[in-house]
Design a binder for this molecule. Sequence first.
Ligand SMILES: [Zn+2]
Length: 229
Amino acid sequence: MIAEPVVNVSFNDAKQYASCYNSPFAEFMVNSYGYNARLLKFDGIRFDTVVPPNECNSLAHGCGWYDDDGNLWPSGALFSEREAWKRFYRIFHGGEVTNGIIYTPNAAGPLMAVHSFSDHHEIGEGYYMHATTLKDAYPPDMVRANMNGEAYGFRAENNLKGSPLLVNHRMTALLVNGVEGRMMDYRSWRPGYEATAIPRSASGMHGIGWIAGTRSSWGIGRMLTTSKS
Ligand SMILES: [Zn+2]
């Protein structure tokens, strides 16, 4: 069914393989979720990052392209994935499930050709995950374009993964920009408040003040005020 190539994208202890949306795997995948939703009566899917699709250079799929020197390069099966997501949406919105949900996390900004058929978007593990300063992690223009789904008409949350910036840094930067932060589950937390929140004394609202106090390092000194005047 998956003619070629199945790409090994394993990491650490996770063994996983990517296949191409231009292969019959795409139909098998979507049909399987629909069948199992009916059989097992689940009402939604939370994917990991599966958008954008893995690049593929299989000529058997119609993927790939040659440059002027005859080198074969990969391409992304964007439109095939879009068709798969259309069908996902139909399955979970009246096909097999009424008022279900398609939840599509992504390690980058929105890819609306596909994400427009998701109900919910989560962004994480992007350029900000290991940034050392707020200025690098949460540049306001990028935050508003990539992390706040309002411009695209869907709900988006930003997860709080990463270091050295920790929960208070991330949550306050998001709140200032009108973005929702998704709290991590307990497996991702180190124990103790001090391990996950800097500055140690900052509560949520104090965090806003802290952001304002360090706004020059964030690069938005003239854009942000916490006063009511
Ligand atoms: Zn392919």
